[in-house]
Design a protein around this ligand. Sequence first.
Ligand SMILES: [Zn+2]
Ligand SMILES: [Zn+2]
Length: 249
Amino acid sequence: MCAWSSLIRHETYRGINLLIPPQCPACHAIIDDDGLCGQCWSQIKRIAPPLCQQCGKRFAFTNAFSDGDNRCGRCLTAPPDFDHAIAAFKYNAMSRLLILGLKYARRHDVTPTMARMMANAGAELLDKSDWIIPLPLHWTRYVQRGFNQSAELARAAMKAANIANRKYRPDILKRMKKTESQGYKTRKQRRQNLQSAFRVTDKSRCLNGASVVIIDDVLTTGASLSSAARCLKKAGAKEVAVLIAARVG
Ligand SMILES: [Zn+2]
Ligand SMILES: [Zn+2]
């Protein structure tokens, strides 16, 4: 299948979405607006503090002995290569449906609402960043899907947060390896699996000393995002943060 046929298919789905009344992707109720119905939206939950200041994981309790380093045990012992992670909402049964709808059923109508939540949660990050980079897909996956959901979310979040288009740089980072699922691997296996998974193509050396935000849909183990951050830092980025729609755990 060529990239053109994927693009045509993608645009046809968009066209069809305009003709038939929109349905909630979770419960299939007819809705007036885009995205989920009101009842399903109420099941999308933000991640309430206290949070690890590096990976964004929620602490089960507030650490009374905190010395100002509010990081979880994992970030203290084996920190990821990104400096900070912010998620718009929790990965639960409902947000899973929302994200699967976008990725596999082309429910692009849910993108603006998800992106608005990302823009709210990460307003400061987006504002102070020099560059905003969607986590790239391997080209074979891109051809298969016809779009990169992280790029769709990044553009919509930037629009919602009123961020200048010039900050959007999907051209800097390339995915070189089609990596397998990371879920059941050990940390060491995940690192090996992702070795040289990404490459920076920064000919103008604009990453030198830059603050970068990587956008992605879901943070599960964080291994891919960490690998991308490592690659950007090697190329000169001073600070790398990640902004994701949903966080597992
Ligand atoms: Zn619904
Ligand atoms: Zn952490």
